[in-house]
Design a binder for this molecule. Structure first.
Ligand code: NAP
Length: 305
């Protein structure tokens, strides 16, 4: 059976130019997705151009999504602030978006004789899962402590649920944490008691006790972005993690945050956000093209050592 998303050559048969993809979000000028994706398309000799589609409002969002139905379009990525709002504008949602992450970061475009279908996927969740897998974090994991309660935390919660690992959600506003767990329960069969798994960031003794029973720590806050000295939690608390614990900071700039550096200094397995960024892009590339992503090329484009 032909892959429904093997569009690159298909699209070329409908128009003579280069196929177009892009990133929908705002602000997006700093995004690494164009470098990451263009390198992959060029390496495979696929005639496509990846663009930045700055999309500042809801009306512009509707226009961008409608434009994806044009014949030269191959698909899109979606980022802040549209990962949730874009869902109702699409024809279908993959389980990764509907159930696991509760948000869309990739749109595929499928053209048949009858219609054009736009489907929303989420590649952040499987990329997060793979990064934790490569850290050896899932083996014997029973508990993951997640810092933050936004979109990335939702993906982490969905993956934890899929893996049968219970969360602690550590937040500066307990109400936001409770809302995040309630939101998770709208798309996955979450046990009732998960709703109590929220800890205030400033409740140091409870946080220390929770870290003591966590095999994984994930930073899903932006604390540390562009600041190699900033940490989302007091770094001395890393001493309370079990010795075999794994630490994942979703921040990729800088590649090694204060949290990752401190965890490695304590001989904990630790990783920054670059592998997840790479894998989410690679998975999107495969969804659009039906081809394996050239990981080495993409890794170089992100300048991963
Ligand atoms: P988001 O939806 O805005 O959520 C951010 C969360 O962090 C919120 O819960 C927010 O709490 C909390 N927060 C913000 N500032 C804080 C502070 N000073 N102290 C404590 N908590 C704070 O953002 P997101 O989409 O989840 O992204 C979070 C981070 O993950 C970003 O840095 C993003 O770049 C990164 N990320 C990386 C990848 C990757 O591929 N590596 C993928 C996705 C996301 P409030 O509600 O109280 O503000």
């Amino acid at each position: 059976m032909p892959l429904p998303h093997a569009h690159v050559l298909e699209a070329e048969s409908h128009h003579s130019g280069v196929g177009r993809l892009g990133l929908i979000g705002h602000p997006i000028a700093h995004s690494r997705s164009p470098a990451l994706q263009q390198a992959a398309f060029d390496a495979l000799g696929l005639p496509a151009r990846y663009e930045l589609w700055d999309t500042p409002g809801e009306t512009a969002l509707a226009g961008r999504v409608a434009a994806l139905r044009q014949p030269d379009m191959l698909g899109a990525n979606v980022t802040i602030p549209w990962k949730e709002n874009v869902a109702p504008l699409l024809d279908d949602l993959d389980d990764s978006a509907r159930r696991i992450a509760g948000a869309v970061n990739t749109i595929t475009r499928e053209e048949t004789a009858q219609c054009i279908r736009l489907t929303g996927h989420n590649t952040d969740a499987p990329a997060l899962d793979r990064t934790l897998d490569e850290l050896g974090a899932w083996s014997d994991a029973r508990r993951v402590l997640i810092l933050g309660a936004g979109g990335a935390a939702q993906a982490a919660l969905g993956v934890a649920h899929m893996r049968g690992v219970e969360p602690w959600l550590v937040v500066r506003r307990v109400k936001a944490g409770r809302e995040a767990l309630a939101k998770l329960a709208t798309r996955l069969p979450v046990p009732e008691h998960w709703r109590d798994y929220v800890i205030a960031l400033d409740d140091r003794s409870t946080l220390a006790a929770a870290l003591g029973e966590s095999q994984m720590l994930i930073n899903a806050t932006p604390v540390g972005v562009g600041d190699p000295g900033a940490s989302p939690l007091p770094l001395d608390l890393l001493a309370t993690l079990p010795s075999g614990a794994a630490v994942l900071d979703l921040i990729y700039a800088p590649p090694e945050t204060a949290l990752v550096r401190a965890a490695r200094a304590r001989r904990l397995r630790a990783e920054g956000g670059l592998p997840m960024l790479l894998y989410q892009g690679a998975l999107a590339f495969t969804l659009w093209t039906g081809q394996p992503a050239p990981l080495d090329v993409m890794r170089r484009a992100l300048a991963i050592e």
